[in-house]
Design a protein around this ligand. Structure first.
Ligand SMILES: [Zn+2]
Length: 186
């Protein structure tokens, strides 16, 4: 069965690359993606139809509220977070195989309570983002491999691709940064 991916803002901000056709998010996410690079990618996948914005009815939001109301996490979930979880819940109720992509610990915890599969980006993203970078031939500005253009956004020169080595220590450090940042969200 094809997996229905539900993505939150952190998925885009942390560089998740869409790998299948069925990718969904809620309308409010648009306002949460502010940095230039993530916004470019978000807009491009929206435009080519790989990402679909879907609203979710209050019926499902109420169900989600009921299910997770006994956990302390409900207080930390924003309305956008709840809508995102509700969208995943809706797909789940419709019998679809769903997976939420989010690095938000509170969202992950709520999904765990509800028995809905999820995955963070940071560990998967290491493969996709840090293996390559694009460097401007003119001003030497660096871009991630997911930067969709071949020209520099600042000076207009052509970019060239450069492979970056991610060694084991680098992976461990990235993992530590990710792990250590979790208490800040609590
Ligand atoms: Zn440049």
């Amino acid at each position: 069965m094809e997996i229905y991916y539900v993505l939150d803002a952190s998925a885009f901000i942390n560089g998740f690359k869409l790998i299948s056709k069925n990718n969904f998010t809620v309308p409010e996410i648009t306002a949460e993606i502010k940095d230039f690079k993530s916004k470019l990618y978000f807009d491009s996948v929206l435009e080519d139809g790989t990402l679909i914005i879907k609203d979710v009815s209050s019926e499902y939001i109420n169900c989600v509220n009921d299910i997770i109301s006994e956990s302390g996490d409900i207080l930390r979930l924003s309305l956008v977070d709840k809508k995102l979880i509700s969208l995943a819940y809706m797909f789940n109720e419709e019998g679809k195989e769903v997976k939420v992509i989010s690095d938000d610990y509170t969202i992950q915890n709520s999904l765990r309570i509800m028995g809905i599969p999820y995955s963070g980006v940071m560990t998967e993203g290491i493969k996709g983002i840090y293996n390559w970078k694009k460097i401007c031939q003119g001003c030497k500005r660096e871009y991630g491999e997911d930067y969709p253009f071949e020209d520099c956004e600042v000076c207009g020169s052509r970019l060239f691709k450069k492979r970056i080595k991610v060694d084991k220590l680098g992976l461990v450090l990235l993992f530590m940064v990710q792990t250590l940042s979790i208490p800040d969200m609590l």
